[in-house]
Write a new protein. Sequence first.
Length: 260
Amino acid sequence: MKDESSAALRALALLEQVARAGHPVSLAALTDVTGLPKPSVLRILSRLVDAGMLLREPAGKSYVSGPRLSALARDTLLNSPLRGERHRILDSLVDEIGETCNCTMLDGDEVIYLDRVETAWPLRVNLQSGSRVPLHCSASGKLFLAHMRREARERLLAAAPLPRYTPNTLCDVAALERELRAIKKEGASFDREEFLLGIVCMAVPILHGSRAIAAVALHAPVARLSIEGARAWLPRMQEAARKLARTYQPQSEARGPDEP
């Protein structure tokens, strides 16, 4: 029983390292950081790949999160005990702005809604928790693309065509890359009726260090809110993103070194 527990903990340590890295991690790097013998690391990695928890890069020398690990992360966030606290932050934001706000995360090649608070206005878009939207034409999706490593982004954008949802959808990769550079520079992303006609959106990153682990966004009909009107709420959105970021950190980090 002890050996099984020890093996499970070694596998968990490897999963943590790959999930935390944000980029493909080599066998050599995983061996160094865990201090485990290379044959043991390779054997555990092979089992994790077989189980769908990890994926081996085409060259076979680096590892990234697999579909089962991504699903586990998604389900953990959707059902987290801190969801109530995050929902209250969103609720306060909607009370102040008067428009629908949501939290999203990257899930493969789509954006998934983790939580959403609707405005009281009768005219609104009904997207519930668990709903998915494309990357290239949503404010949150473009935000995640802008924060990706260049190699990962290029690989993702090359994997499939960019479908057109409205006349404003950016379907050209070069034009999209220009937009992503502007997003990274401003720290906010905008959907200018690119996914749904008549709807504008703004998203800002929820950061852990320099990584965009999630996003907070507002949605509104263009008849009620322009892009410049949304931009006026950027400081308040960023403040909410900082509060939300603290709910994704271990309690010791969230409190800070000098807090009890």
